[in-house]
Design a protein around this ligand. Structure first.
Ligand code: ZN
Length: 459
């Protein structure tokens, strides 16, 4: 790729909107300069759009996209998180590496269409159908790496340690593809994943444990000690009330309380969900500067509960957004779900108002970007930093509501009055991967996905 000069109507910077902005991108897709347009300056592309930092998806289980919408046909029996989980296990038992690649490529391309350029994959589908490791230990992870590369996304692959079926319970037969009985085998997987990732330009490796249900204290401590400095550590926690009750019964503490009593939690920890926490547990998270990954559409879909966001954000808590089961893939909708849940509980309209900054949507976009970058284990100092890849979501300036909105109200219009046509395109590593709503490889990716799912015949 040769270097490229884009001119945008405006670009969001940490200091606010910069109008008539020229972004120069080098041959690798990294930002060389961001400057105001000078009359008669030569540029390569004049974009009738507003550039925002692209969205960061901090929690994904790619294979679950193949069952999106399928767990809503309720034939009389009660249906909750645990019955949904059974349906998910049935799918997990079937997916081959090739099928995973086809599913994830379609999913990631769809994410790109929605403005995402990075995804953190919480990956526990490690082994063959019979539960034995693949000859190539990180085979399933490598399917995800190729999928992200094809879709044009940055991937943070987070191999996940999973050892038990519940607290002090052996794993079930249906969990056999997830399980590493010996943590040394899991470390082998981590090293194999690292090695494989080195051949991809935009892949890095995180580390994590499935939950305090699935890993005992000793292996959890060893895993935490094994991580590299600055490596993101992810764990599901306190998503369901039953999980809290199980922890209280078997560990004599609530999940977050137990984690903080036993592990030195720091700013590199990403607590996924943390839905059911007490005020004391929230203080523990805030003091440690650990992050919470909120997945509003999945949490609503699964009937998890509502994270106490207002209190957490008011105290400057770090947070990000994940699409988790992919029942929803729209970052703006995730943010609206998060906000509206709080509005309905508190009868106030100011969930995203923060530190006196009155532009709620701008705060939400910036905070979720920073939290998302942390979740990837990437630098989160500023977005659109010189030397970083140029990753942007571009809002269509010709869309009627956008065309008539001042910069003062632009972010809020995008967030609260959004419809799909507002996204003109997505730039990843300096290059359009989605333009006018269409992914650059849409046809071939779709074809492969449809063929794969038809063969699986699970829908
Ligand atoms: Zn999850």
């Amino acid at each position: 790729m040769k270097s490229q000069k884009y001119l945008f109507k405006a670009l969001l910077t940490p200091e606010g909107w910069l109008e008539q902005t020229v972004v120069t991108v080098d041959s690798l897709g990294k930002i060389e300069s961001i400057k105001q347009y000078i009359a008669d300056e030569t540029i390569d592309e004049r974009v009738e759009g507003y550039a925002l930092p692209s969205f960061q998806n901090a929690h994904s289980h790619a294979f679950q996209y193949a069952m999106a919408g399928l767990a809503e046909y309720h034939e009389g029996q009660t249906d909750d998180f645990w019955s949904w989980r059974n349906a998910m296990y049935d799918l997990a038992l079937r997916v081959s590496p090739e099928q995973l690649e086809a599913i994830a490529t379609q999913l990631y391309a769809q994410m790109a269409c929605m403005g995402y350029t990075a995804v953190a994959e919480f990956h526990y589908l490690h082994h063959q159908h019979n539960g034995k490791p693949f000859e190539n230990t990180s085979e399933m992870g490598q399917s995800l790496m190729r999928a992200a590369q094809r879709a044009g996304l940055h991937l943070t692959l987070i191999p996940i340690l999973y050892q038990q079926g519940g607290i002090h319970q052996p794993p079930t037969e249906k969990q056999r593809r997830f399980i590493h009985a010996d943590i040394e085998d899991f470390f082998t997987l981590i090293e194999s994943s690292k090695q494989a990732s080195s051949t991809f330009e935009r892949v890095n490796i995180g580390i994590g444990a499935h939950s305090i249900r699935s890993v005992n204290l000793d292996p959890l401590s060893r895993l935490v000690a094994y991580r590299l400095p600055n490596q993101a550590f992810h764990i599901h926690i306190a998503e369901q009330l039953k999980e809290v009750e199980d922890a209280q019964r078997n560990l004599r503490q609530r999940p977050v309380e137990w984690l903080f009593s036993n592990i030195e939690v720091d700013q590199h920890f990403h607590l996924v969900h943390a839905t059911h926490i007490t005020a004391k547990e929230m203080e523990m998270i805030l003091t440690s500067r650990a992050n919470v990954v909120i997945c509003p559409s999945t949490e609503a879909n699964l009937g998890d509960g509502i994270f106490p966001f207002n209190a957490f954000y008011a105290k400057n808590g770090n947070w990000s957004i994940g699409t988790d089961s992919h029942i929803g893939l729209n970052h703006l909708e995730e943010l609206r779900w998060l906000d509206y849940g709080q509005r309905l509980i508190h009868h106030q309209r100011t969930s995203f108002i923060h530190q006196g900054q009155p532009d709620g949507a701008q705060n939400a976009l910036i905070s979720s970007w920073k939290g998302g970058r942390n979740a990837m284990g990437l630098s989160a100092a500023h977005f659109f930093e010189i030397g970083d890849y140029f990753d942007a979501v571009v809002i269509d300036a010709s869309e009627p509501l956008i065309a008539t909105t001042s910069l003062k109200h632009l972010c809020n219009t995008v967030l609260y009055a959004q419809n799909q046509s507002m996204i003109y395109g997505t730039i990843s590593a300096g290059k359009w991967i989605v333009k006018q709503g269409k992914h650059q490889y849409a046809e071939s990716i779709k074809k492969n996905f449809v063929e794969t799912i038809r063969k699986m015949a699970n829908r």
